[in-house]
Design a protein around this ligand. Structure first.
Ligand SMILES: N[C@@H](CCC(=O)N[C@@H](CS)C(=O)NCC(=O)O)C(=O)O
Length: 236
């Protein structure tokens, strides 16, 4: 998908972009080393699924905390999304906005649509929190005297959640019928576990994630964020 990289300044919500395409914010150089784990990736993926061209405004960590950006994103994080006079933050809200305005990510049938929304919430509210807790336990709490003792508890909570999800998925390809925004967010969340090897204990989920990654739209989004990482000069 065509992208233009704009300078290190936040999107201007009151200014309609002359290309008419939305702008998303992303790390100028992602701390994940271009592995596609930052939350701009799920928005890029959704935009690619629906065939909507977009622009990326890369930002430094410092720029995220400046007042101009905080006016757009109250928590000083990526991604933010600007489209005409609309500015959104929270990756889930942005993916929902994209899914509501384009065909392909939410079913037509009202009940099926509600179930897809339930899976979007489940990905972000029920599955992602224990995964983030595990990342925090491993990275931020590693030096604490109690961290070794606590880690198995945190890992256990992740495994419990994965087992429940694998059980519900069963032999199905996607969570509820055709691929939806619920699957997109769920796969994006589960990908955060890939390097840990924890998905290997849940073969159905590992295969589910691989199906998500194999989608051409995912591949295009991944390549775009990877190219951005590789083009960015190293910091520090
Ligand atoms: N719930 C938010 C979380 C956003 C978030 O945590 N973004 C991270 C990158 S993946 C970030 O900007 N971290 C930098 C910081 O918090 O200073 C969302 O889904 O958009």
């Amino acid at each position: 998908m065509n992208q233009r990289h704009a300078p290190d300044t936040p999107p201007r919500p009151a200014t309609r972009d002359t290309t008419g395409s939305p702008t998303i914010t992303a790390f100028a150089r992602s701390p994940d080393g271009g592995r596609g784990l930052a939350r701009d990736m799920r928005v890029r993926w959704a935009l690619e699924e629906v065939g909507q061209p977009y622009q990326v405004r890369p930002l430094s960590f410092q720029a995220l905390k400046e007042p101009a950006y905080l006016a757009l994103h109250p928590f000083g994080q990526i991604p933010a999304y600007a489209e005409g006079s609309l500015v959104l933050f929270e990756s889930g809200a942005i993916v929902l906005h994209i899914a509501e305005h384009h065909a392909g990510l939410l079913p037509e049938d009202a009940d099926a649509r509600s179930r897809a929304l339930a899976w979007m919430f489940a990905a972000l509210n029920t599955v992602e929190p224990p995964i983030i807790e595990l990342a925090n336990a491993r990275l931020l709490e590693a030096g604490q005297p109690w961290s070794r003792e606590r880690l198995p508890l945190v890992e256990g909570r992740v495994h419990d959640r994965l087992a429940q999800l694998a059980n519900r998925l069963g032999q199905a390809k996607w969570l509820d019928g055709d691929f939806s925004a619920g699957d997109l967010l769920m796969v994006a969340v589960l990908l955060r576990l890939q390097a840990s090897g924890m998905l290997d204990a849940h073969a159905k989920l590992a295969a589910y994630v691989a199906r998500g990654e194999a989608r051409p739209a995912y591949q295009r989004a991944f390549a775009a964020q990877r190219a951005a990482f590789e083009a960015a000069p190293p910091t520090g």
